[in-house]
Write a protein that binds this ligand. Structure first.
Ligand SMILES: [Zn+2]
Length: 480
């Protein structure tokens, strides 16, 4: 048995599938490198005897004990590719130029003459620790933390954040904390104690078009097109349901991205959302545009209004390799009996987040024999998904409605499991299907009532993508 173990592998060339064609290796390794470095996705990889490596999962009594030869390996799927679509600033780097905003916000709170401390958050810092370090009043902090809607914004500090405090002899006069790129929390001393308000930070949005053609790797082409790695990941995230960016990307593929850039006072704060994008993969054109419905939910849709997403994630965990495949006729190498394995085992480090594969309701959460800690989710269409051997659960309880991508638990080795892994099942009408190959239903399209609005809003975007295409052909023709 070789449970997940080992350090970071630096020889990225070795990340390829044993079975991959040689020409794939370059894409794959560069892609892995491109992701692993910039976003510091350093999930350690198991080192060693892959070809004959056996992963024993003596678990799930009714599923039998299994020792499986891993004949090929699936290396890390970048977390951002298996996470839900970026709907927030999660993938975006922190804004680079907060100074101007603080100056603006400061003008809005009283007593601009008092000395203002800049508290820069270090890893492990809490506001209390920062207050102590700078001799600021903890009584004031306690009153501030009690203000309505304030605690949530001062509880979690990100390393590198700056909090500005104007004070007189340690007595807080005002406190400024950037909530995100768009909002500043401003706390001010008033006669009765403190007063909090949220200041909207003005932002200029510019649209930019980036176009690239792939020669050696997606990241190289995207960088040449002026795209950040985070933006490249977001683009890959949009098309990941149709394109396997690890295996399928080829030299000659091309992409066009229309995206927003955020500026303040002429200074770029960072990238915003992708408005529309196109990826041409081996001659097939994929297009998607962002559309926000009446309820404020944004998603990406094809020109005819279909969702680019599926209703289920193919793999509900950022796995390091597939340790045991779905197999109804697997011969146990030791017992020499044929026992079914009705799910897929994803080896991953203990504590790796496990995500709801699709929208649904949690119907079971707790211990269940060999499954250990298990979560079951019921989805529409009589589909049930099962997540076993969890080390612990998230806050979602039985009866909770969860959205695709919500974290429902964490990888572990509870129950009859000899190494940390997720055992994942996909059942339709109670019948186990192979989660890796079962056809996944599409996510909801643009509702019929919104289709006219969708078409009107996206038409100019498709036209812009058309223009980039024709310009490209024109310049290619001129070059020949
Ligand atoms: Zn299993």
């Amino acid at each position: 048995m070789k449970p997940y173990k080992g350090g970071v592998r630096h020889d990225y060339k070795d990340l390829v599938f044993a079975s991959s064609a040689p020409r794939r290796e370059r894409h794959w390794s560069l892609f892995a490198l491109g992701i692993a470095l910039p976003i510091a996705f350093v999930t350690p990889l198991t080192i060693g005897r892959w070809g004959d490596d056996a992963y024993s999962t003596a678990h799930d009594p009714h599923l039998a004990d299994i020792v499986v030869n891993v004949s090929r390996r699936l290396a890390d799927v970048p977390s951002a590719l298996s996470a839900p679509l970026a709907d927030s600033a999660e993938l975006l780097p922190l804004p680079e130029n907060p100074a101007a905003r603080f100056a603006e916000a400061r003008a809005l709170v009283a007593d601009a003459t008092a000395p203002m401390l800049e508290l820069v958050v270090k890893p492990g810092d809490t506001l209390e620790r920062l207050f102590r370090r700078h001799g600021l009043s903890l009584t004031d902090l306690a009153s501030i933390a009690k203000l309505k809607d304030v605690a949530e914004h001062i509880k979690l500090l990100r390393p590198g954040d700056t909090i500005r405090v104007a004070h007189r002899d340690g007595q807080v006069l005002s406190l400024l904390r950037e909530i995100d790129r768009f909002r500043m929390l401003a706390i001010q001393r008033v006669e009765s104690g403190f007063d909090a308000k949220t200041i909207d930070l003005p932002i200029e949005i510019k649209e930019r078009v980036a176009h690239g053609e792939i020669r050696s790797s997606l990241f190289e082409a995207a960088t040449a097109a002026g795209m950040s790695d985070a933006l490249t990941m977001s683009m890959a995230g949009i098309f990941r349901w149709d394109i396997d960016f690890i295996q399928d990307v080829r030299a000659g593929d091309s992409f066009t991205v229309i995206y927003e850039e955020h500026y303040r006072d002429g200074v770029k704060l960072g990238d915003g959302e992708i408005v529309a994008a196109e990826f041409v993969n081996r001659g097939t054109v994929y297009r998607a545009a962002r559309y926000t419905d009446e309820s404020g939910r944004s998603d990406y849709f094809t020109p005819d209004g279909r969702s680019v997403r599926k209703a289920f994630l193919r793999a509900p965990v950022d796995f390091t390799r597939i340790s045991s495949n779905f197999d109804l006729k697997r011969r146990h190498p030791v017992l020499n009996t044929i026992r079914a394995h009705r799910g897929v085992d994803y080896a991953a480090p203990t504590g790796t987040p496990v995500r709801a594969a699709g929208d649904g309701k949690i119907t079971f959460r707790g211990k269940n024999g060999g499954y250990g800690n298990v979560v079951m989710i019921e989805h529409g269409g009589n589909i049930t998904t099962v997540y076993a051997h969890l080390s612990r659960f998230s806050q979602h309880k039985v009866g909770s409605r969860v959205k695709q991508g919500d974290v429902i638990g964490y990888v572990g080795a509870t129950g009859l499991a000899t190494g940390p892994h997720l055992h994942y099942e996909y059942r339709v009408n109670g019948v186990h299907q192979n989660p890796r190959t079962v056809p996944l239903p599409p996510a909801d399209p643009v509702p019929p009532s919104a289709l006219a609005d969708f078409k009107a809003r996206t038409e100019p975007l498709w036209e812009r993508l058309d223009r980039v295409q024709s310009e490209r052909f024109a310049s290619a023709a001129a070059a020949n």
